[in-house]
Design a protein around this ligand. Structure first.
Ligand SMILES: [Zn+2]
Length: 354
């Protein structure tokens, strides 16, 4: 659905400049911006994807991944099409690296009201804007976030973090509760060569992530490790250090294993690489909540008490046991506050206890 865009400037000769993401696309009449979703028609910028949904699903929140935010709840997950990045290894390229024309017959048209009603009627604690990049879907998620907040449903961004701070601030003020930011690598070279951003992409992502954390959004970070591209252990150490120094020890970090996808054909990430990355972040840098994704490990799937090291949440796949977490989100053994947001007694799905 077409809707007049927010955050753009009219230049001369009916050219417009989009100000949502750091690319700042100058878009000529009848042309579409780099993300494939924002079109100049007669000197005005329109979002072509307002209310156009490519997927609707009910996911365990752990799948986002968010491990410390309403653990065990379900997230009503929606997406559209397009992206501000063009990662050669995109896992959702069929919806992210396409445009509205190519996907029109698959898209379902929904209003923000529809989305909030569906989330509520399916007992979802949150709505996750996910699968493709939500920040370029700005106008629709802004309206939906406001309605969800009124309905006491949490709002989650699963994002690449590539956004300008002004539109980000408006989203946060409207009611963003949590975000998982995919920090693709800790070198700008990776952003330029693999994600095809202009220079400075990494800095912009870090700035937006830090900004969200400062403004009270519950932030978790993900880093997908690709052999030969971003698996240097010094780089991984620097990422963990940045999280500790720029945000907090308490910000959860997920290291995830890569498998060959789309245009990138690197080898699968070895198990040892993920475990070594977790060890560096947890033991050496001292982050309190470090998790492994896409690999099977006993050690880095659980949430531990930062003080007494007792297992607070035990996970096997998407099943959880929260027996050592008190109602006040403290450790049942030593009383330490655990950085978990959300009352675990509200709206959580059934757990398999073991
Ligand atoms: Zn403890």
């Amino acid at each position: 659905m077409k809707k007049l865009a927010l955050y753009y400037e009219k230049l001369e000769n009916e050219v417009v400049q989009c100000k949502i993401c750091p690319r700042m696309c100058k878009i000529y009449p009848n042309k579409i911006g780099n993300c494939g979703t924002r079109k100049n028609e007669g000197g005005k910028l329109y979002s072509l994807i307002y209310g156009s949904l490519s997927s609707i699903a009910i996911d365990p929140i752990e799948k986002k991944p968010l491990y410390n935010f309403y653990p065990g709840s379900n997230a009503f997950s929606i997406s559209s099409v397009g992206c501000s990045l063009h990662c050669k290894h995109c896992q959702n390229f069929s919806i992210s690296q396409t445009n509205v024309e190519n996907t029109k017959r698959f898209l379902k048209e929904k209003t923000p009201d529809n989305v909030v009603e569906m989330a509520a009627s399916n007992n979802c604690t949150s709505i996750a804007y996910t699968y493709n990049e939500p920040l370029i879907w700005f106008e629709f998620i802004l309206d939906t976030i406001k309605l969800a907040k009124k309905a006491k449903i949490k709002n989650i961004l699963v994002t690449n973090g590539y956004i300008n701070l002004d539109p980000l601030e408006e989203l946060i003020n409207a009611g963003v509760d949590a975000a998982n930011v995919d920090i693709k690598a800790f070198t700008d070279e990776f952003y330029q060569k693999v994600c095809l951003t202009p220079k400075g992409g990494l800095t912009r992502v870090l700035d937006a992530t830090e900004y969200m954390h400062k403004k009270g959004v519950f932030v978790e970070c993900t880093n997908l490790i690709i052999p030969g591209y971003n698996d240097n252990l010094d780089e991984i150490k620097n990422l963990a250090k940045w999280i500790r120094n720029s945000m907090d020890f308490d910000v959860p970090l997920h290291f995830s294993a890569y498998r060959p996808m789309y245009k990138l054909n690197a080898p699968h990430t070895p198990y040892e690489t993920i475990i070594n990355a977790c060890k560096i972040a947890y033991e050496e840098i001292g982050l309190h909540y470090v998790y492994a994704g896409n690999v099977s490990t006993d050690e880095y799937e659980n949430t531990y008490c930062p003080k007494c090291k007792k297992i607070i949440i035990k996970r096997v796949g998407y099943s959880l046991n929260l027996n050592n977490l008190t109602q006040k989100n403290t450790c049942s053994n030593c009383g330490t506050k655990i950085n978990i947001e959300g009352n675990i007694k509200t709206g959580r799905r059934e757990f398999s206890f073991f």
